[in-house]
Ligand binder design. Structure first.
Ligand SMILES: Cc1ncc(COP(=O)(O)O)c(C=O)c1O
Length: 332
């Protein structure tokens, strides 16, 4: 089966693989619980203080830690729709009420629409930027700043796809205590297997989250993941090349998809392609599976059009098989 459900990079980042091999002889040791080197590198790159950074087991884990810490009676979370299904799932599980704000037909969101939805009990606004599954930027930094100025609620900006969008609101954390940024290493950095990410926020909140985490587990993030992340951040030239190679692969894949008259492709700023086909997503999933290709079931996204599907970019080796499968099922 060729699995195109999760927006993974089709190949591993070789310097990270080499680093893991090099460090493997230390698996008998406990990790450095302060992640000293990684945090130092991260802080330098983002031009923030090390006190602004907490290393976690990936963006979902970051999100759950924050929601647990900020929970209060009648807490409510405002999210756009459609967006990453994990936000609503976790928040509901933790007892938050959910307020949703529909994206318009072109997947845009206006600041006024957000402001109109904010209630006194709104504890958090969560925006994936770029958004999942529409893969566009929802807000720019001026708009984020306008919201931060006018409200007391926290704003979580999930920058899991930062490496391609290259648009970040991290500089604003110096100015606003109610801004929290999530950075993941799963997607463009190609470390999904290792489960690592970071929370960037004001030092008091970071300290509080760090205390919560270490009171449950002194060594939550494993050293293999930390070394790989270190390599990803340090080897900028190789990483630029890795991303450029991926971007070329994505362009090539989308060019081949465009040649199938039944497929339309919407521009994305992430590791996914967003396509529109005459077959609805559930039919497309079923039929592609019989040809050895798995794609995501978009029924997890309320308010996403039924004929839209999201797919990861296949590896160079798998690409012709995937294109053939699409041609076969759409021409059947
Ligand atoms: C917007 C968004 N946030 C978080 C995640 C999960 O990231 P991680 O692997 O870092 O937990 C995803 C995965 O698809 C995502 O699209």
């Amino acid at each position: 089966m060729i699995d195109l459900r999760y927006g993974e990079m089709p190949v591993a980042f070789e310097p990270a693989v080499q680093r893991i091999k090099k460090e493997a002889n230390n698996i008998n040791k406990y990790p450095d619980e302060n992640y000293t080197q990684l945090i130092h590198t991260f802080a330098q790159k983002e031009q923030i203080k090390k006190e602004n950074i907490l290393i976690t087991n990936g963006s979902m884990s970051s999100f759950n830690m924050i929601l647990s810490a900020l929970y209060q009676k009648n807490a409510s979370m405002l999210i756009p729709s459609p967006t990453f299904f994990g936000f609503e799932q976790s928040a509901k599980h933790l007892g938050y009420k959910i307020q949703t704000l529909l994206l318009d037909q072109k997947f845009w969101l206006t600041i006024n629409a957000i402001k109109e939805k904010i209630l006194p009990q709104t504890t958090l606004i969560v925006l994936a930027n770029p958004n999942n599954p529409t893969w566009n930027m929802l807000v720019n930094n001026d708009q984020i700043q306008e919201l931060l100025e006018e409200m007391n609620a926290y704003i979580i900006i999930d920058e899991s796809y930062f490496a391609i969008s290259q648009e970040s609101c991290v500089p604003l954390i110096k100015q606003y205590d109610n801004l929290i940024v999530l950075r993941g290493f799963s997607k463009w950095y190609g470390l999904a297997w290792l489960r690592i990410g970071a929370i960037l926020a004001n030092p008091l909140l970071i300290q509080r989250l760090a205390n919560d985490a270490s009171s449950l587990n002194k060594f939550p993030v494993n050293s293999i993941a930390v070394h790989a992340a270190q390599e990803v951040l340090q080897q900028q030239k190789e990483m630029d090349q890795y991303i450029a190679t991926f971007s070329a692969l994505k362009t090539d894949f989308e060019k081949q998809l465009w040649q199938i008259p039944e497929v339309q492709i919407l521009a994305t700023k992430t590791t996914f392609s967003l396509i529109y086909t005459p077959l609805c997503n559930s039919e497309l999933c079923k039929k592609l599976e019989t040809h050895g290709v798995l794609i995501k079931k978009t029924s997890i996204y309320p308010n996403l059009e039924k004929n839209m599907s999201v797919i990861s970019v296949p590896s160079r080796n798998d690409m012709s098989h995937v294109i053939k499968a699409f041609v076969t099922v759409l021409w059947q």
